[in-house]
Design a protein around this ligand. Sequence first.
Ligand code: SF4
Length: 487
Amino acid sequence: MPRFLIQTFGCQMNAHDSARMSEVLVRSGFEEATEVADADLIIFNTCSVREHAEQKLRSEAGKLAPEKKRRPDLVVAVAGCVAQQEGDALLRSMPLVDLVIGPDNASELPELYHQQTQGAPPVARTVFDVDAPRFLAATSALQLSSGAHAAPTSAYVTTMKGCDERCSFCVVPYTRGPERYRPSTEILDEIDALVRAGTKEVTLLGQTVDSYRDDALPAVTGDDPDESQFPALLRAIAAHVPGLARLRYTSPHPRHLVPSLIAAHGDLPLLARHVHMPVQSGSDRMLKRMIRRYTRAEYVARVRALVHAVPGLTLSTDVIVGFPGETEDDFKATLSLVSEVGFTSLFGFKYSPRPHTPALKLADDVTPETKAERLARLFEVIDGQQRRHLDSRVGQTARVLIENDSKAQRQAEGPTVSGRTEHNEIVHVARPVGKRIIGEIVTCTITAAFKHSLSGLMDASALGKLVDGDDVRSAPRKRSLRLSPVV
Ligand code: SF4
């Protein structure tokens, strides 16, 4: 039985793809290895959104050279965005690589592996499935596994792939192809299966998740007829999977934050009271150069309408600093936008030129020192906002979906578990002795705020509802604060 090992770089979208790749291999009789020395197939699932991730691939793959020399029959594959971006060129620039496989070709992995073991030459398969899009479902993993607790507490579900936007800094339209939407019936079935197996929270995944379309869904009234049917999808999930406790999505584009989506947030308690809405810059001049297709005023008006519909809703965002031509005034406009909107967290990045992007035509004229200095100033502003927000939560109650055991540093006062609130805040709670708590939503009173998280005391009534026994769930998925996959 061949054994495989997958190393994932980049965002949750890639982590999700790695999980699907792993399922494809297990269904074909492969077994997951834990060590390089035990693996017959090593897959690097790559990201090319940032230069850093691409460099990391080359350095990690380089470390494999001695192993490949010792075991020439070891098959080394590169999957994901770098694979799609580089194709055959990767086989030439990295001679230890045997297989290059694009995001839409993951289901071909077992066959391609077997061909390699029979002496086939190195090969690149990077064909978009534009005519007949395929989406690998997580439900097959549930069918493969045994036990009632196989499903993660919080799971990702793919709704679409590709992107039709052309943000000038972004390589995703090149590496992931045009937008293709998964049929809503498949999405509903997958969420239903996950919930039946124990999942409590689902995050819908898509490069521009709110541009989702499926004509099988009811038309949305009141919007532009060309507007997406994402709000209808949210309503369908709420109606068809009543056992789902919480629904999130990532990453939306502000263009589709339209009245019908805002109304869905107002109507559906299932939707988390936190939205990650990438803005990238607070300067209209930069937004235009980035080809984001909204102005600062439009962005602000839309998120304000959302917060008006759902009082207390919190927002996070993505920001790029040092985009070509960004002046100090442009950057100050970003800082003022961050304060004006009151984001509770953000992901900030220094611009780096990516291959095949329109921004390559612009001179990368902001120095590395200035980019670093602006990023530090941006983090100073958001750290202050996040700290004030977390402090304001002390004394309030919160519903926390417990996901895992806390890290050691939070365990000084005894074993602790942690989870997330509807606002995406991390809360640490003392682990009740002899009770099953992972995967439960518990009501807590927030007792303390730390730099990036909170501490809570479980209400007596919540404690009383927990079932006796030990937690038997499999390890929760690896997850960071970041919900945005691509920008
Ligand atoms: S930043 Fe997002 S919306 Fe823009 S091109 Fe990239 S994936 Fe598409």
